[in-house]
Design a protein around this ligand. Structure first.
Ligand code: GUN
Length: 291
């Protein structure tokens, strides 16, 4: 029987675990605060940000939300980031990506105080991650690590193939899994759109992580019997539903399920974990700033 890894229940467990840390901070007069900044009218981004704010409310984190007109000059965004950097009630901050074309995303990330960069995207935090002592583990890669742990899949010594080399998922996940640390010690291959014979690579893997943003790219024929499959993809594809679309992953779930020993669904797999780890990082940031 294939184990369908339930991201919602793992996320709930994690949220309960750090609930005690939130209570302890509140006893010391500190309520963790997370600021989200949205400079986009993309409906998917709007949904992600509102879910993050709802999560904050549910666990007792102060959520602060700032919206900036996508046509506004970039300076408006930088001024907002500076204000949030200086606000002692804001412990964590994220600018939802992507930002409009006239805004330089790398400059945006560098403008965020690294101590508040709960995404873990700032070059200082990327450096700390690569060096093996992350200040904040980036949320989606950390969530993937936690899902593997929940499925009793220890990456140590295993061949892990990551399909996708983004700064948000593929690259940081490769760094986490290769580290000499619990939840690491894997042999990691990072594949991408220029990889020759992708199927040969994925078929050789004990663990396949799909994070390339191509709907259902990885099907059952590309997975070895008994592999663990983690699907990070969230793709809106046209469908005859009320909303006019449905969400599918980067994995063709039905055929992959036939061969995998454990697999995450979309939705309800990695997504809730990303959000839980963002809250985790916010609580961690508040603790660090209260030391
Ligand atoms: N856009 C898509 N994923 C993310 C994320 O993890 N953080 C931010 N800030 N923007 C995103």
């Amino acid at each position: 029987m294939t184990d369908i890894i339930d991201g919602n229940s793992v996320a709930e467990r994690i949220r309960n675990d750090f609930g005690a840390s939130i209570d302890a901070l509140k006893d010391e007069g500190v309520t963790p605060g997370l600021a989200t900044v949205l400079m986009s009218d993309d409906p998917a981004s709007e949904t992600y940000v509102s879910m993050k704010q709802r999560d904050c409310e549910e666990v007792g984190i102060d959520g602060i939300h700032v919206e900036i007109d996508p046509d506004a000059p970039a300076e408006e965004l930088y001024e907002t980031i500076e204000e949030l950097n200086d606000d002692p009630e804001v412990h964590g901050m994220l600018v939802q990506m992507p930002v409009p074309d006239h805004v330089d995303s790398r400059q945006v990330i560098r403008a965020i105080d690294p101590a508040k960069d709960v995404d873990g995207f700032h070059p200082e935090n990327v450096g700390m991650l690569v060096a093996g002592h992350p200040r904040f583990k980036p949320c989606t890669p950390h969530g993937v690590q936690k899902l593997l742990e929940s499925a009793d899949v220890d990456p140590e010594g295993k061949d892990v193939v990551i399909v996708g080399r983004s700064n948000i998922v593929g690259k940081p996940l490769a760094n986490l899994l290769v580290q000499k640390a619990d939840g690491g010690n894997a042999t990691v291959t990072v594949c991408h759109s220029r990889t020759d014979d992708l199927a040969a690579k994925t078929k050789s893997a004990d663990v396949v992580v799909a994070a390339c943003g191509v709907p259902e790219l990885i099907d059952g024929s590309m997975i070895s019997e008994g592999a663990t499959v983690i699907d990070v993809g969230v793709n809106r594809v046209d469908a005859d539903t009320e909303k006019g679309y449905e969400l599918v992953g980067d994995v063709a779930f039905d055929s992959a399920k036939e061969r995998a020993s454990a697999i995450t669904p979309v939705p309800g797999g990695v997504g809730p974990m990303t959000r839980a780890m963002l809250l985790y990082n916010t609580v961690k940031a508040a603790g660090q700033q209260n030391e």
